[in-house]
Ligand binder design. Structure first.
Ligand code: GAL
Length: 632
């Protein structure tokens, strides 16, 4: 499957005098951009008063942009309900865990469970789709923007409480079943009716983890339900594909559930913001990559969103210079905007779109760079985009070939680890990220897979770390595959309602291993392995009749294997992980490359891309890659 690669930008006509729109559109097209995203925060201008629409300016913006040859991504404006909405629905705000309303004056100030707001969101979406759904310049829809950003999925409102009770009644059918599933006999927490169940906040000490996990499942379902309302409103009026625009390290809802509703997944890649704001790596790592971003964080998300979009995915917002929202906001090294663009294309992106066209001199994001400065002169990224546009002539097609290695990713496991970490630093995303990094350092291209994958055919190595309650389809696929499969730590550790199963876990058919006890470790008490590396954070006692592959320095089994299955009973440090991966790759016949620390490679169709993420030149395979260097 091939698709044309293209570039785009995010534009807010409502931020600028109409006199400059034509010139903006001309410059966008002249720069080689194909796509322009508009509309996603414009509700107060589209509907200044309830029921009074002002389409004129949007009609003219549409005509101006599409007249210049651009295609439009139209966002529904539901991430920013206008102030009048609060007068109509005073109780529509989400409440935080302390019970405080999350007030007006920024964005995303709504509760997903509020039916009144949901109806308003469907209403504005239907109105937009009615007006522009068949416009020849409309290419793609975007629902809302960045669900979950700013910690907005969990709401402790009355609307959420009532909806949660209904959700529980549907799921358990009888309150006895709920009491049994949650183990409510413990501490006399039993309920007589669903109407007595509150949200798991404001309890004296921690709430029942099963209660907390179900609340997270429910909250995720509410996001999917909210989105489905918009999708239906659009589908009734438009044939254009629909997307949602996701964020990085955002785990509070199941992105695969939304992906199933739409044709394309897009996400927002802010490498420098993420490095400072969303990674727990040591300061020296952050210092080294301060102007380039982490070498693996963007790549992981590219691969994740490729899976969420069933192969069709974009970067909707690419960082073009300093951002405004991380603890420190340095400028990228010259060349990084081009580098990030090619990195996304190497992972299969169809479109890379820059946020934003022009830096805004007002409001919250004044110090957020654009392709243009606030005075409309070209910002440093402009020339880099020009360069990419010229280079696209050499490599115009996005290709995709399945990677040899798969990594299973499960949002519900992220919630389970959050609800019951058992030790500081025990975090599902972090574990998956470290495994991904270990694979990428060996030069491997990786596919991410959803947890209900029922067929692992085609892969030679499959990693399933930390997947707390694997669905039956996945267990079935594991028993049928000939790939090398590495499970654990904590894979299969719990029932779906977060109890410890008896017989004890992980109960993997064909692999005789039992986790008899777990312990978590302080950062300063890693357990050395007999051969290489250490176990950190999380360690399991294993009883096994299978072959012991690795022991710790005390002689206790840490990895055990039978046939193509391996169970890993601890969180491996990078050296131990590398040892495990090299052995599995050798068994699986997957070729690895010993990459220099700053180098990553990615195979896209017949093209092999090489990236230097470091601040210094690196010699690799007979050539020298400069900082921000990309080669193919
Ligand atoms: C994204 C968001 C944009 C803008 C940007 C700033 O998360 O979608 O609207 O706020 O961040 O970096």
């Amino acid at each position: 499957m091939t698709r044309k690669r293209a570039l785009g930008t995010c534009y807010y006509p409502e931020h600028w005098p109409e006199e400059i729109w034509a010139e903006d559109a001309r410059r966008m097209a002249g720069l080689g951009l194909t796509w322009v995203r508009i509309g996603e925060f414009a509700w107060s201008r589209l509907e200044p008063e309830p029921g009074r629409f002002d389409w004129g300016w949007m009609d003219r913006a549409f005509d101006m942009l599409t007249g210049a040859g651009l295609k439009v991504v139209l966002g529904t404006p539901t991430a920013t309900p206008p102030r009048w909405m609060l007068d109509r629905h005073p109780d529509m705000l989400a409440l935080d865990a302390e019970g405080r309303p999350r007030g007006f004056g920024s964005r995303r100030h709504y509760c997903f469970s509020h039916d009144g707001y949901r109806a308003e969101a469907i209403r504005i979406t239907a109105a937009l789709a009615e007006r522009y759904g068949r416009h020849p310049g409309l290419g793609v829809w975007q629902t809302d923007n960045e669900y979950a950003c700013h910690d907005t999925v969990l709401s402790y409102s009355d609307a959420a409480r009532h909806a949660f009770r209904d959700w529980l009644a549907q799921r358990y059918q009888s309150v006895d079943a709920l009491n049994r599933a949650w183990g409510n006999v413990f501490w006399s927490m039993e309920y007589d009716s669903f109407d007595q169940v509150d949200l798991p906040n404001l309890t004296v000490t921690e709430p029942n983890p099963s209660h907390a996990l179900d609340f997270r499942r429910f909250a995720s379902d509410q996001v999917a339900r909210f989105n489905a309302g918009q999708v239906a409103a659009i589908r009734a009026r438009s044939d254009a594909p629909i997307s949602h625009n996701y964020m990085g390290r955002t785990l509070d809802f199941d992105h695969f559930a939304l992906g199933a509703q739409m044709e394309i997944a897009t996400w927002d890649s802010y490498p420098l913001g993420f490095l400072e704001d969303r990674l727990e790596d040591p300061e020296e790592h952050k210092r080294r990559y301060a102007r380039q971003g982490d070498p693996d964080f963007q790549a992981l998300h590219h691969d994740l969103y490729r899976a969420v979009g069933h192969g069709r995915w974009w970067v909707m917002e690419q960082q073009p210079g300093p951002v405004n929202w991380a603890p420190y906001n340095p400028a990228p090294l010259p060349g990084m905007v081009r580098f990030w663009t090619w990195e996304a294309f190497a992972h299969g992106a169809e479109v890379v779109s820059y946020f934003r066209w022009r830096q805004a001199p007002f409001a919250q994001e004044q110090y957020h760079a654009g392709l243009l400065r606030p005075d409309s002169a070209a910002a440093p990224a402009f020339a880099e985009v020009e360069q990419v546009a010229a280079e696209l002539a050499q490599l115009p097609e996005a290709e995709e070939t399945p990677a040899p290695v798969a990594l299973v990713f499960d949002y519900a496991s992220a919630w389970a680890w959050t609800v019951q970490p058992q030790g500081r630093g025990c975090d599902y995303f972090r574990l998956v990220f470290e495994v991904y990094r270990g694979l990428r350092k060996l030069g491997l291209s990786v596919d991410l897979l959803p947890p209900d994958t029922g067929d692992l055919g085609g892969y030679r190595l499959v990693l399933i770390p930390g997947l707390v309650a694997p669905p039956a389809a996945l267990i079935d696929a594991i028993t049928r595959t000939e790939a090398q499969v590495i499970l654990g730590p904590r894979t299969g550790a719990k029932t779906a309602s977060l109890s410890i199963p008896v017989p004890l876990p992980p109960a993997i058919p064909g692999l005789d291993v039992t986790v008899s006890r777990v312990e978590t470790l302080r950062p300063d008490m890693p357990v050395p392995m007999a051969q290489v590396g250490e176990v950190t954070h999380w360690r399991e006692d294993l009883e096994t009749g299978a072959t012991v592959l690795d022991k710790d320095a005390h002689g206790r089994p840490v990895t055990v294997g039978a046939g193509n299955l391996t169970y890993l009973g601890g969180w491996p440090d990078p050296r131990f992980l590398r040892h495990i991966l090299l052995r599995a790759c050798a068994e699986a016949g997957v070729a690895t490359t010993d990459l220099p620390p700053d180098i990553r490679v990615r195979q896209n169709g017949s093209t092999r891309f090489v990236f230097n993420h470091g601040p210094d030149p690196v010699a690799f395979e007979g050539r020298v890659l400069p900082p921000a260097g990309v080669a193919w």
